[in-house]
Design a protein around this ligand. Structure first.
Ligand SMILES: [Zn+2]
Ligand SMILES: [Zn+2]
Length: 153
């Protein structure tokens, strides 16, 4: 483990160990890539970067590893309205954020600069939904769609 010196003491490392998940070579490689890139990548993009670290890993393993890690709650699946799922790391250090997606170039922008007013509104909405539908809300996934500045030019 940690042959590459990557990922040591990272948020995901603690999460994996804390929950008793084994840190296998493909898992470590995928998480290291997502941690380093700090962005939303498709399985194929992740694969291209993983094989630099772990040349023996195949694309099928990447798909399976990504599904496993998403189930474990270590990474997020990001659906942006095309057919390709993107993934991002969910570590202690990464702030809670929402996504703004350009419908033209499919660029994903993280939005985390929430004002106090917005946070209050969200808490209120969550409480209302819980009351109205008799559910316990444990999370949410908000996406805004639009056209980015580059595409508007
Ligand atoms: Zn765009
Ligand atoms: Zn994101």
């Amino acid at each position: 483990m940690n042959r590459n010196g990557l990922g040591r003491n990272k948020g995901w490392h603690r999460i994996m160990h804390g929950r008793g998940f084994r840190v296998t070579a493909p898992r470590e490689a995928v998480l290291s890539v997502l941690e380093k890139e700090k962005t939303h990548l498709s399985a194929k993009e992740i694969y291209a970067k993983v094989i630099v670290i772990e040349p023996s890993v195949g694309l099928t393993t990447i798909y399976r590893t990504l599904e496993m890690l998403a189930e474990m709650g270590v990474i997020n699946r990001v659906e942006i309205g095309d057919k390709t799922t993107r993934y991002e790391i969910k570590s202690n250090s990464s702030k809670h954020h929402h996504h703004i997606i350009c419908t033209n170039c499919r660029k994903v922008i993280d939005y985390s600069e929430f004002s106090e007013e917005e946070k209050k509104l969200f808490t209120k909405m969550t409480k209302n939904i819980e009351k109205k539908y008799n559910v316990k809300i444990t999370g949410h996934n908000v996406q805004f769609f639009g056209i980015c500045l580059d595409c508007e030019k």
